[in-house]
Design a protein around this ligand. Structure first.
Ligand code: NDP
Length: 268
């Protein structure tokens, strides 16, 4: 174990994380010896854990719920995306032992869309949900120049908050009209609490592309709702793998092969 590169992912809970499995496959394909571990870290231990992880030779950390916002205070340098979002999913260390915070969710989403030939430029895009995942992909989508980038959320105050936060990126609150939605992104965790439904039927059709950030079994309810409109349905597995690949690239300067990654369990 001594010569292995020390990496990990921290969250609370952490048992469900696919990251160790994904990174192990990236490293194996490149002949890199890594020791990538999941760590269950609660909020009160967060700052101390990050400090000692890197002080004791840690090379890189992924950050998942609920620490994406609060991990940023442990970093010495923030990427421009983290400045914009106020949240990070990747920490690395530079040669001066400074901790750098980055966010790869947006890149991962865009990469997966590109791999699946999902167009964003000049399209009407609606994001459902205004939590952490929604926020993390908004700037990256905005940079692709959609015709319109809209957001809708169960709690309207969060929609308002995000529209204000990202007003310079052209984010608008969703308003019913008769224009079809080209790309509908589900960034809610609604399917966890029952069946999925959203009152936008008149703007959906067989051309609409439905993309669920959830994956595995968690996508079943969204897919079954979407199936009444369109066959164009994708879950978030590709984004999950691609965001991990961009983290790996931040640590090792190499974008790994993402074409053949096996996830033994995608239940999340
Ligand atoms: P958050 O808890 O931050 O946000 C949850 C969102 O879902 C909120 O907007 C909330 O609305 C909405 N919501 C929850 N329940 C319902 C409901 N019953 N009806 C309508 N809206 C509801 O979660 P995240 O943003 O972190 O994650 C969202 C999803 O994205 C998860 O399924 C997660 O697994 C997935 N994800 C996938 C990634 C990938 O790489 N593929 C990366 C990150 C996340 P309200 O504000 O009203 O509470």
């Amino acid at each position: 174990m001594g010569n292995q590169i020390k990496l990990g992912v921290i969250g609370d809970p952490i048992d469900h994380s696919m990251s160790p499995l994904i990174h192990a496959q990236f490293a194996e394909a490149l002949g890199l010896k890594i020791n990538y571990k999941p760590f269950h870290v609660v909020e009160r231990d967060l700052d101390e854990f990050i400090e000692s992880f890197f002080a004791e030779g840690g090379y890189g950390l992924n950050i998942t719920l609920p620490h994406k916002l609060n991990c940023v205070r442990s970093a010495n340098i923030l990427s421009s995306e983290v400045e914009l979002l106020g949240a990070a999913n990747t920490l690395s260390k530079n040669s001066n032992n400074e901790i750098i915070a980055s966010s790869t969710d947006g890149l991962g989403f865009i990469r997966d869309c590109s791999d699946k030939n999902i167009e964003i430029s000049n399209k009407r895009v609606l994001i459902l949900g205004a939590g952490g995942a929604s926020q993390s992909i908004i700037p990256a989508i905005a940079r692709m120049n959609p015709t319109k980038l809209m957001i809708d959320n169960r709690s309207p105050d969060k929609t308002e908050h995000l529209v204000t936060k990202f007003s310079s990126l052209g984010l608008q609150p969703f308003q019913h009209d008769n224009e079809p939605i080209d790309l509908l992104i589900n960034a809610t965790s609604a399917a966890l609490s029952g069946s999925f439904n959203w009152n936008i039927q008149n703007q959906l059709n067989e051309e609409t592309i439905f993309y669920d950030l959830s994956y595995g079994k968690a996508s079943v309810k969204f897919f079954s709702w979407a199936s009444q409109f369109s066959k164009n349905r994708f879950d978030g597995t590709g984004m999950l793998i691609a965001q991990a690949a961009f983290s790996f690239q931040l640590w090792f300067d190499t974008f790994p092969d993402i074409s053949n990654i096996k996830l033994s369990n995608t239940d999340d």
